[in-house]
Design a protein around this ligand. Structure first.
Ligand code: HSE
Length: 443
């Protein structure tokens, strides 16, 4: 057996502990697969007292509160960054690369924001940066996109990649409770962060989508061009109306190659989306994740599993440790490229602004219940060549004179629908704002 590869673990929270436990529990099988042992020689954490007892049970790993020192230790070949955040994590990762260490990270925000810089530094140094755990936790979606689907021209992908949002939407639908109610419960149970903004406003999903888009299409990371809209303004009425029309509402991250006015572009967007209730992905419930990928040769493929949690995430981290261990001695030019495409083969296909996106729409309008109201609305849509696919109009409750109209449109460019909505909202018979939710058939 060859000599072990040595890992310096940065961070000993939920995921760090998961990596420690799984790596030791499955050590024998992992070694049989990797071809040599993988040993944690150092653990860096800002709260070492919390890790002391666990480490003492298996002596051999140094414990330190000085994370920068762990990165530079001679007995560390791979730096495993599990601290999160984009400040210290960026400094530590770049320092690891500068010292010729490979990096394994679960940090989606770091890669979405600083990935281009990090991968350029890693290529220049001839080291690997692996990040399976950064997207969809334990689901091996990075490996699938980068290697399993390498024969394909990937056309689009759509994913439920934020477990917190999916949990909240599942609960809202099942119980008929409001967003605020379910969020409060999720927080009380410790599912959602005290500050849930990144999860419920689509930012976390946009980080993950940015990474997948880069490796699906061979473009640089462009988080600043991603469109992110979360679930905090969704109402139970909209979930119910969607259901009546045969759809479910999910927070989806969607990235797609498209053409606008003869030019290639890439859609990169996260938002609540109506999808047909009969699709497999529409039935992904609770905190689970799923990604649907459409390749030109393979067709549609679906990847499903736990998107967070100690051991699911550790599963992805350790897969990367094994990959790095196997490829450690390979010539850097013969390794799988970080972003699936050779670094000099990335293209500059632009990310499209949301106004150029083409999709279908769910519109909910509060209107006066009077003759001619619907005709005015449909005329505005027809003038813009927006065709209506389905409609429900509710009877106003006894004694009331306002009612809801729900329209599903065919596909149209977003600017067009924005323009139509502005005109509809200006009608004297339309009350308040039009609710607009994008709709994808995913076929
Ligand atoms: N906060 C994420 C989620 C998990 O809710 O899916 C880690 O990426």
């Amino acid at each position: 057996m060859m000599k072990p590869l040595h890992v310096g673990l940065l961070g000993f929270g939920t995921v760090g502990r998961g990596v420690w436990d799984v790596l030791h529990r499955n050590q024998e099988e992992i070694t049989r697969r990797a071809g040599r042992p993988i040993r944690i020689t150092a653990v860096g954490t800002r709260t070492p007292e919390r890790a002391r007892e666990t480490l003492a049970a298996r002596p051999g790993a140094a414990l330190s509160a000085d994370l920068a020192a762990v990165v530079r230790r001679d007995d560390v070949d791979i730096v495993c960054e599990l601290i999160g955040g984009v400040g210290d994590a960026r400094t530590l990762v770049l320092d690891a690369i500068a010292h010729g260490k490979h990096v394994v990270t679960a940090n989606k925000a770091l890669l979405a924001l600083h990935g281009n810089e990090i991968f350029a530094a890693a290529s220049a140094k001839g080291v690997m940066v692996a990040f399976e755990a950064a997207v969809a936790g334990g689901v091996p979606i990075i490996k699938a996109l980068r290697e399993g689907l390498t024969a394909n021209r990937i056309e689009w992908l759509a994913g439920i990649i934020n477990g917190t949002s999916n949990f909240i939407l599942s609960e809202m639908r099942a119980s008929g409770r409001s967003f605020a109610d379910v969020l409060a419960e999720a927080q009380a149970r410790g599912y959602a962060e005290a500050d849930p903004t990144f999860d419920v406003e689509g930012i976390d999903a946009a980080h993950k989508l940015t990474i997948m888009s880069a490796i699906a299409f061979g473009v640089p990371m462009q988080f600043d061009r991603a469109y992110a809209e979360g679930i905090s303004r969704l109402t139970r009425e909209d979930l119910r109306y969607a259901e009546e029309l045969g759809y479910r509402i999910k927070l989806l991250g969607i990235t797609r190659r498209t053409r606008v006015n003869g030019h290639e572009g890439i859609e990169l967007r996260v938002h609540p989306t109506l999808i047909p209730a009969t699709r497999l992905i529409a039935n992904v419930e609770g905190a689970m994740n799923a990604v649907l990928v459409k390749g030109d040769a393979v067709g549609a493929t679906l990847y499903y599993g736990a998107g967070a949690g100690a051991e699911p995430t550790a599963s992805a981290v350790i897969a990367d440790l094994v990959d790095v261990t196997r490829m450690h001695t390979a010539d850097p030019g013969h390794r799988v490229p970080h972003l699936a495409f050779q670094p000099d083969q990335l293209t500059d296909v632009p990310i499209l602004p949301i106004g150029d996106v083409v999709t279908s729409y769910y519109l909910r309008l509060r209107v006066d219940d009077r003759p001619g109201v619907l005709a005015d609305i449909t005329r505005i849509l027809a003038d813009r060549e927006i065709s209506i696919d389905a409609m429900i109009q509710k009877e106003p409750p006894e004694g009331e004179h306002e009612t809801d109209i729900i329209l599903l449109t065919h596909r149209t460019v977003e600017r067009n629908i924005d323009d139509a909505i502005a005109k509809i909202e200006a009608l004297p018979t339309v009350r308040g704002k039009v609710v607009r939710i994008r709709l994808e058939e995913l076929n």
